[in-house]
Structure formats: C-alpha cells, structure tokens
Design a protein around this ligand. Structure first.
Ligand code: A2P
Ligand code: MG
Length: 320
C-alpha cells in the first residue's frame, strides 16, 4: 500500500487501534534485532537476579519498541521489563507505519473514546531470556500488551524464530488480538478432547508447581520456556492449560498473552479465578499465580482441582 494512503488511514483511526497497529510493526522489528544479535554472537549477558538474565537483545529490543511507541504516542504510559531509561534510536530501527491489516479493521465501539490516560502498554522485549541464551530459540517471544482502564484487552506476540529449524532465514511470525476485534497472524484451535495437556515452566520449577501438577493428573506435561510461548501452545490447542502456581511472572509477561487469549475466547486468571489489574500503579509481580486455558476448557472446573493447600499460599485479589 502506498505510504501516503497508509498514513491517512492511520490518522482517522481510534487510539487503541493505532497503538495495536504500531505495536505490530515495532515487535516485528524487535524480532529482527533479536535475530541479528544472536547471529553476531555477542549476547552481553547480565544477571539481574537469581535465575533472571538480561542480554543485549533484551536491551536493544526494548529500546526499539519503547522509542518507536513513545515517538508516536508521547502521552501513553509504557512500562518495559528492562526499565525506563531513554536510548538513542538508530535510524534503521525506526518503524514509520503501523500494520495495514489492523488499521483496515472496523474498531469495536468500546474503544472509540479511550484516551491516552486510560491506557498502559506493558512491554517484555524478549520473553524466555534463559531459553534464548541456551539456544532454545522457538521459546522466545516479543510481547507488547495493551491494557485499557486496568484490563488486558489485547496486544502482540511476535515469535522471531518461528519454524527456524525448517525455514532458512525465518522472519518469524507476528500475532495480534483485541477483545471485540478478533485475532490475526495465527489460527486459534481447540485443544484435543478426552485428555489433559498442561504446559508449565521449564526453568523456574518448584515443589509447589510439582505438587499442583500431581493433583491435576494431566495426561501430558509440556515444559517450555516463556509465558508468551506457553500461551501460544494454549491458543493453538497444543495444551489445554498453562499452569504456574508461582509469583515469578510479571505484568509484562502476561498482559499481551492474556489480551490475545481473551480475544480468542480463552481465559487467563490467578489461582483464585480473578483477573489481574494492569493499571500503571499496580505491583509488577503476578503474586497470585496463573491459570490460562484454551477456549474449549472450563477454566473454573480446572481451578477447583487445585488443592486448597496450594491456593491458600497465594493472596486473594484486594477488591476496591
Ligand atoms: N522466578 C522468576 N524470575 C524472573 N523471571 C521469571 C521468573 N519466573 C518467571 N519469570 C518470567 O516469566 C516468564 C515465564 O516463566 P517460565 O519460562 O519459567 O515459565 C519467563 O520467561 C521469565 O520472563 P523473562 O524471560 O522475560 O525474564
Ligand atoms: Mg518475560
């Protein structure tokens, strides 16, 4: 599409739709940066905490996403995993346009009057950092989540190494979702009937995770890295549920996955069945654990199988 046409199209669109479209192109560019840094071989690994790494790819991908979005949406709050420090955006990391497919959609009515101050964007520039450093590249995702008035309503999951084992020089894939508008870049699928497949952490295991899995008696446990990757397995029916009874994940790990999953008819809640809040003052850790389910799964029925001795370890959401 000619650039001028795309520009005019974007001008007339509501803020949430423009943000989603620009997040799509920013996440895709961040994926290219992540692949380039891996190819160059200088990962620049820093230990942020116990079992918590950061690489040059995390830093550069965040620089690309936050700088591009801040340039276009200076009044929107954007919170990134790697802090808020400003960076100089190289000219070839600038993404001038949003995604044309998203901009071409009809925006649901509920977003028409959403203002800058109603939105918080949660950015995980590289989810699955330990797996990235270990060469488990298909576990890596770039996550940009959109929350409106505290609820996760949509976002982008970009998988920079999608099919990299079979496709030479893969450019990855970029998936989007917005509650009320639908999803794109992938096909949501039902989980298989008559069995239970649960995906959970591979790099942050704990006795509570093991105890909970035993109680749910799954037919199969799929241990992979990254919150984004695990929710993709749920979205595409390769797992019925993503279970993580732990407080390790943060808001930037779950905002985009939750928004896209809910746009596809699934659900992501804490171990008590409550949604997380994503407003700008909220604490970053998801201290109440996670259960995300495929659109065909009865989330509440699965929650009931989590033993009370596990559920009681997690605080309940404070009602306001
Ligand atoms: N204990 C923890 N410390 C730091 N990050 C964690 C922890 N547990 C989970 N995470 C984050 O949540 C994501 C999902 O966890 P897991 O892969 O263990 O299921 C991880 O990719 C990691 O994000 P990141 O890789 O962006 O630091
Ligand atoms: Mg993460």
């Amino acid at each position: 599409m000619p650039l001028r046409t795309l520009y005019n199209m974007a001008q007339n669109k509501p803020l949430v739709q423009k943000l989603l479209a620009s997040s799509y192109t920013a996440a895709t560019k961040a994926g290219k940066i992540i692949r380039d840094i891996m190819s160059a071989g200088e990962l620049g690994i820093v230990e942020k905490g116990i079992n918590d790494l950061q690489t040059e790819a995390d830093r550069s991908a965040q620089c690309c996403i936050i700088s591009n979005l801040t340039r276009e949406f200076p009044k929107v709050t954007i919170i990134g995993e790697e802090g808020q420090s400003q960076c100089d955006l190289p000219s070839d990391w600038v993404v001038p346009d949003g995604d044309a497919e998203i901009l071409g959609k009809q925006c649901p009515e509920e977003y028409l009057n959403v203002k800058d101050e109603d939105i918080v964007v949660w950015v995980d520039p590289l989810d699955g950092t330990s797996e990235y450093t270990q060469g488990l590249l298909d576990h890596v995702t770039v996550l940009i989540g959109l929350s409106v008035k505290g609820r996760a309503v949509g976002g982008i999951i970009h998988q920079p190494y999608y099919n990299y084992k079979s496709v030479k020089n893969t450019e990855g894939r970029t998936m989007w979702g917005l509650v009320g508008m639908g999803v794109g870049g992938f096909t949501p699928l039902d989980a298989p009937k008559d069995k239970l497949i649960i995906t959970t952490t591979r790099s942050h295991n704990s006795p509570v995770v093991v105890q909970t899995l035993e109680a749910l008696k799954p037919d199969e446990v799929v241990r992979v890295g990254g919150a984004g990757h695990k929710v993709l397995l749920v979205l595409e029916g390769q797992a019925h549920a993503y279970l993580y009874p732990s407080s390790g994940c943060k808001k930037w790990d779950t905002c985009a996955p939750e928004g896209i999953l809910e746009a596809a008819g699934g659900k992501l809640v804490d171990v008590h069945g409550d949604h997380y809040d994503y407003h700008k003052e909220v604490e970053h850790p998801n201290t109440r654990g996670i259960l995300a389910t495929n659109r065909t799964v009865d989330n509440a029925a699965l929650l009931k199988k989590i033993p009370e001795s596990v559920v009681s370890k997690f605080p309940k959401k404070q009602k306001v």
